[in-house]
Design a binder for this molecule. Sequence first.
Ligand SMILES: *Cc1c(COP(=O)(O)O)cnc(C)c1O
Length: 231
Amino acid sequence: MITDNYKAVERRVEDACRKAGRDRNEVTLIAVSKTKPVEMVREIMSLGVVDFGENHAQELVAKTEEITEPLNWHFIGHLQRNKVKYVVGRACLIHSVSSLRLAEEIQKESEKKDVVTRILIEVNIADEETKSGISSEEAIELVKETAKMPNLKICGLMAIAPPVEDPEENRKYFREMKSLSQEIQNMNLPGVEMKELSMGMTGDFEVAIEEGATMVRVGTAIFGNRQYSQA
Ligand SMILES: *Cc1c(COP(=O)(O)O)cnc(C)c1O
């Protein structure tokens, strides 16, 4: 069943790329496997998928200990500073950096492990008080600060758009993200390349692709609903 789900999502990604006049290779489809068992990850792996998303440090550790094949594990959730040590060295990309203190902790741990950690700055594009992420202005400042850190590589921006009935409602936010990304790119900060734009989830990934997403994070449409009570 989840194999069929994955294939259906892949077709929708292809259609969205075609509609937007973009090459399919420009968009990475991340299968968000949080709360889902290793067997389900393996089923999707058997299709040749290598990009998976997790949002809890402990779960990332558990899954990477069970699944030792080389995969791209994306860390997409809120990251507490005391959990940074579990994520650095395991995640190929941390999507959710939204404070200087967190960036400093990732820098410290990366230096200790002698690795360069790729990060995205998480922007709270809809200004919802409940959501994580920072304003566009703060994001620009944070990019400037983190650009100085030798063991961090800033690869772009990430956003979680609000849950909406009609994905068209989020188009304006995705558009703002794309223009913020271009604005930062045009600042030509040393070591900063706004290559990735991580936006779009089950409810709105096609619109995100049309507006320039290079990474979409899709959970429910692939793995089904999550049951947090049992997690
Ligand atoms: C859970 C999660 C997703 C996937 O959400 P779906 O709506 O299930 O596709 C994407 N991004 C982040 C940051 C998440 O936490």
